[in-house]
Design a protein. Structure first.
Length: 443
């Protein structure tokens, strides 16, 4: 379908993605072809020659014939496709095999957008009919859009609303599609639409004792359990404290089990305690060096990236870092802003997700909803962050941090486009102090 409103402007399509998907179907293993057969149709391709070539590939497979250039060329020529076009797609060198999933998703997204356009255009044509019934037009339009949404869910895995928001986000941000790393907390992943992307820096801000370190610890362990390498800088905690809290999250047992006079697991390392309880050991390294600086963080992250690999970094917390004065007259606010900028650059350099924890001003109460202007000592870190998560405790802070009663924690998510807070969303999590866990479901 061409654009009937403006023939000079094409409807949504991606030539590179369409070529990459068809080329992948030529592979000897046939895995790409098998996957594409389940979700692609000729209408998935905007260019008619590529649509015809897809018909030829599918017919060859159904007939049990080989899918290679020699076998395809005669059939493609009979279908009206110029031999040079087929050969050009087959020999295309710009399509990296590792990006097949991204290209397939892009083709499907563009197809859905064209379907949405068609549904809207059909509605416009029906609406200008003097004899049209508004209720029927609205019903038909709604049914057409619901069909687009259901097919989008089945093939792409997102709703039309999410698809459009993602498209606008990429247009606004002008950033290449990169891998997202989920937090493993269902409500938080839904809030952030899959988690931060590699190369991004996310701020987690809260008052003391609201739970920002506990949230960071749980995200780290969730990510580490998926096999990704995580490095945590928890400079304010001791080794034993972190061992006990980590084991509480992993096992679901109270922290008291891993402290005091417990003969089996007290005063031991996480790896030994994990062995005692027969628990899987996540790929998480925790550094509790108190004299922490950005220089030390950069050196350790680069070393780990080069030797073992690195996916996610946590820094707890910005105001606790040993900041240095770069020049005479540099204020504390400037130093914190510069530290945040260097950490942002480090995330992009190493292609990792970096969570930077920050403290908020004491001028607000724990139960009050914080704003981005409440960051303590400096507002500079906000300007360097891609995502800002601000925490509050609507039920107040428990006097006993190991209180087994689950308390509500509210997370306010600020998604930024080009340094401007575009919108805010909030979600509530239940925090269980005895096990240091954030629960997806109400306690």
């Amino acid at each position: 379908m061409k654009n009937p409103l403006d023939p000079s402007t094409p409807l949504p399509n991606d030539e590179k993605a369409e070529i990459a998907v068809i080329k992948a179907c030529f592979a000897e293993t046939g895995e790409a072809m098998l996957l594409c057969e389940n979700c692609l149709t000729p209408d998935s391709f905007y260019d008619h020659e590529r649509a015809n070539l897809w018909r030829v590939l599918k017919a060859q497979r159904e007939q049990g014939k080989p899918i290679d250039l020699v076998a395809i060329l005669p059939a493609a020529t009979l279908a009206g496709i110029h031999p040079a076009t087929t050969a050009e797609i087959y020999t295309d060198k710009d399509s990296a095999p590792g990006n097949f999933g991204h290209h397939l998703r892009t083709v499907l997204e563009k197809q859905r957008l064209r379907q949405i356009f068609k549904a809207g255009y059909d509605a416009m044509q029906a609406a200008v009919d003097p004899m049209a019934d508004p209720l029927i037009v609205m019903s038909d339009t709604k049914a057409a859009l619901e069909l687009c949404e259901s097919s989008s869910n089945e093939t792409v895995g997102v709703t039309v609303k999410e698809l459009l928001m993602g498209l606008v986000e990429r247009m606004q941000g002008n950033e290449p599609e990169t891998t997202k790393i989920a937090t493993g907390i269902e409500k938080l992943d839904r809030l952030t639409r899959g988690g931060p992307r590699r190369g991004q820096m996310a701020l987690i801000g809260a008052l003391r004792h609201v739970g920002k370190t506990a949230l960071a610890r749980q995200i780290a362990l969730n990510v580490g359990a998926t096999g990704k390498n995580v490095l945590c800088f928890f400079a304010e905690s001791s080794d034993h404290e972190e061992s006990a809290n980590t084991m509480a999250v992993l096992s679901g047992l109270p922290t008291s089990v891993f402290t005091g006079d417990h003969k089996t697991v007290a005063k031991s390392t996480v790896s030994k305690m994990v062995g005692v309880l027969s628990l899987p050991l996540p790929a998480v390294r925790i550094d509790t060096e108190p004299n922490l600086s950005v220089d030390r963080i950069e050196n350790k992250c680069r070393l780990l990236k080069a030797t073992k690999g690195l996916d996610v970094v946590f820094v707890d917390y910005l105001q606790f870092l040993n900041s240095r004065q770069s020049y005479k007259g540099q204020t504390r606010e400037m130093m914190l802003s510069e530290d945040a900028r260097r950490l942002k650059v480090l995330a992009r350099e190493l292609d990792v997700v970096l969570y930077l924890l920050i403290q908020l001003n004491d001028e607000i109460k724990p139960e009050e909803e914080p704003e981005m202007c409440h960051v303590r000592e400096s507002r500079g870190p906000i300007n360097h962050a891609d995502i800002v998560l601000l925490m509050s405790a609507p039920d107040g802070i428990a006097h006993d941090p190991t209180d087994p009663t689950a308390t509500q924690t509210r997370l306010l998510w600020n998604r930024k486009w080009r340094g401007v807070g575009a919108f805010q969303q909030a979600v509530g999590l239940n925090f269980k102090g005895s096990t240091q866990q954030f629960l997806n479901d109400p306690a």
